[in-house]
Design a binder for this molecule. Structure first.
Ligand code: ZN
Length: 191
């Protein structure tokens, strides 16, 4: 999955204004295949920074990208919340009988509820945001043993795969296969 290679496959170091630059490039050159990852990145950045980038893209391309972005952002949030919910209500047993799973899960649900809303304007990190960004820390955070931690990380990774698979559609784009085919058939893209 592209997500797993995100750090290894980066060829260009990060630079200021990169989101606007890449989005403008994608629209001007009609390279749709890079849009899902760019929109994903836009959803994870502070909203004020993303709006600055979207305004810049709008000025450069005269395209309405706000609708796709905001609809996609809501769909992504919903899908990521579903991942967290399926973890919070899943039933599993500690292989080494070291963890009081019922008690730990009750505590996790209570924390999730307390951290269920972001602060104003979508800023701040909810429990779902925290989990999605740190799948490898969730189990330890809730004081599970290493075996349970591994299981919990696996449930989130499975959820992430589902979300990633559906990502293009969230933003009104064709699915990954159609995007790949379009990119491979485009003679202007160097293979
Ligand atoms: Zn355990």
């Amino acid at each position: 999955m592209a997500w797993d290679r995100r750090n290894d496959s980066r060829l260009i170091p990060s630079f200021e204004g990169e989101l606007a630059a890449y989005l403008t490039l994608a629209f001007e050159c009609d390279i749709k295949i890079i849009l899902p990852a760019l929109y994903y990145s836009a959803c994870k950045a502070p909203l004020v920074d993303t709006l600055t980038a979207l305004n810049s893209v709008h000025r450069a391309t005269n395209k309405d990208i706000y609708t796709s972005f905001f609809l996609g952002r809501d769909r992504l949030r919903h899908a990521e919340s579903q991942c967290s919910l399926s973890f919070l209500f899943c039933r599993f047993y500690c292989p080494g009988s070291q963890c009081d799973v019922e008690e730990r899960m009750r505590s996790a649900r209570s924390e999730a509820l307390q951290r269920s809303t972001a602060r104003g304007s979508g800023e701040g990190e909810t429990y779902v945001d925290w989990c999605v960004a740190r799948t490898n820390l969730i189990g330890a955070h809730h004081e599970f043993c290493p075996a349970c931690c591994k299981f919990i990380e696996g449930t989130f990774e499975d959820g992430r795969k589902v979300v990633w698979r559906e990502l293009p559609e969230f933003f009104g784009l064709p699915g990954w296969e159609a995007l790949k085919k379009e990119a491979l058939d485009d003679p202007s893209i160097v293979k």
